[in-house]
Design a protein around this ligand. Structure first.
Ligand code: FES
Length: 129
């Protein structure tokens, strides 16, 4: 059996939603200390909907494929749904990752959570300003 599914290879070779959102209102960055890979997520949230999402990943192929798939899974979705995205769901949507590559999908989950936290923090600051 091939090590990586077709879907992993597809999202690795043609990652969706790569880039930066200049006026993002939620940004999350995470890294994995062991492998040194870094992932940054940009969210544009309007009326509690993820209107746009982009990512930059300096990391392995599984991390790139996970970020790409994760952005597809939350784009256009309500924040409440985006917040519940798990790394397991991302890995399943990719038709699986090898066990020792599961931590790459964790980066995607954490980067999205951090970006949503950042959005709420900024919102609170604006409301109190
Ligand atoms: Fe570090 Fe994949 S090996 S994120």
């Amino acid at each position: 059996m091939a090590l990586y599914s077709e879907k992993v290879m597809d999202h690795f070779r043609n990652p969706r939603n790569v880039g930066v959102i200049g006026d993002a209102n939620g940004i999350g960055e995470v890294g994995n200390a062991k492998c040194g890979d870094i992932m940054k997520m940009y969210l544009k949230i309007e009326n509690d909907i993820v209107e746009d999402v982009k990512f930059e990943t300096f990391g392995c192929g599984s991390a790139i494929a996970s970020s790409s798939m994760a952005t597809e899974m939350i784009k256009g979705k309500p924040l409440s749904e985006a917040m519940q995205l798990t790394n397991k769901a991302v890995a399943e949507a990719l038709d699986g990752l090898p066990d020792y590559k599961m931590h790459c999908s964790v980066l995607a989950e954490e980067a999205i959570r951090n970006a949503i936290d950042d959005y709420y923090k900024k919102k609170e600051q604006n409301e109190n300003a």
